[in-house]
Design a protein around this ligand. Structure first.
Ligand code: BJW
Length: 227
């Protein structure tokens, strides 16, 4: 069986990383969504760099949870028949044991040089304008996808969606495109669809919806898949 799993911020919430739209308030007086744009970066680069520097530091303090680990077990069983696509920029899937993850919105632990276009693994800060290890210019930004930018790996993800038998969305509000449209691609391909969410949208396009925290619903679903 070919399976595509899409994850969102909800899968990492129980590891201690805040979601976007459930977040209880503002970051330094700013809506996190308003900071995640190229316009915000052009207007106030220090503010945006600090936002990502703080999240990069927070990532070092958290651990993958039972939902990340369960998906790694599913990969062990399904191999290349599983495509794990995440909107998250954290690395909790990898630290939970997954080895093939499509990071469609980029990665927090990577920096992209807008001068020479090289990407570098990055675990420290960017607000202090470090030099790019390749070209020496101080033009590194977080290697993440903001509104209006093109998500990564879309050809591979779309191919997987058109071929899948089952599409599962975990912990995402389904408000941001193109990820929000994946369920429709999968339905068009004749796939079964399942949503796992703490508070699913009452009007859902998914054939089946299971409500609950990811650390409960994901291991339970994976156990069914492995049975
Ligand atoms: C739990 C839980 C628990 C909590 N257990 N569950 C008008 C119409 C249609 C589209 C557009 C439009 N105007 C503009 C667009 C396009 C735009 C867009 O979608 N805008 C919308 C606002 C409408 N999209 C883009 O610009 C994208 N690019 C694009 O479309 O390019 C064109 C193109 C596409 C394809 C091929 C070629 C070209 C880019 C979007 C980039 C989004 N970037 C961000 C920031 C990334 C960096 C960062 O992390 O800071 O990505 S925004 C933010 O939202 C982040 C997330 O990945 C993304 C999705 O959020 P997510 O994961 O769903 O989180 P939440 O907080 O919304 O939801 C959490 C969920 O978890 C909730 O449902 C909870 O219930 C649940 N939950 N605890 C289980 N314990």
């Amino acid at each position: 069986m070919k399976v595509v799993v899409l994850t969102g911020a909800g899968i990492s919430a129980e590891s201690g990383l805040p979601t976007f739209r459930d977040a209880d308030g503002l970051w330094e007086g700013h809506d996190p969504m308003a900071v995640a744009t190229p316009e915000a970066f052009a207007d106030d680069p220090d503010l945006v760099q600090r936002f990502y520097d703080e999240r990069r530091a927070a990532l070092a303090r958290v651990e993958p949870n039972a939902a990340h680990v369960a998906l790694a077990r599913l990969e062990e069983r399904l191999g290349e028949d599983l495509h794990l696509v995440t909107q998250n920029i954290d690395d909790l899937h990898e630290r939970g044991g997954s080895t093939r993850v499509h990071h469609m919105h980029g990665r927090l632990r990577a920096a992209w040089c807008t001068t020479c276009d090289h990407r570098h693994e990055w675990t420290t800060t960017l607000v202090d304008r470090p030099a790019c290890p390749t070209c020496g210019h101080s033009t590194l930004r977080p290697d993440v996808v903001w509104f209006g930018e093109v998500p990564h790996d879309m050809d591979a993800v779309q191919r997987a969606l058109f071929e899948c038998d089952l599409f599962v969305a975990i912990g995402t509000s389904g408000l941001v495109y193109p990820a929000a449209a994946f369920v429709h691609y999968a339905i068009g391909a004749g796939a079964d669809t399942l949503e796992l969410n703490l508070a699913p949208d009452p009007v859902s396009d998914f054939a089946q919806v299971r409500q609950g925290p990811a650390t409960r619903t994901v291991p339970a679903w994976v156990a069914e898949m492995l049975a």
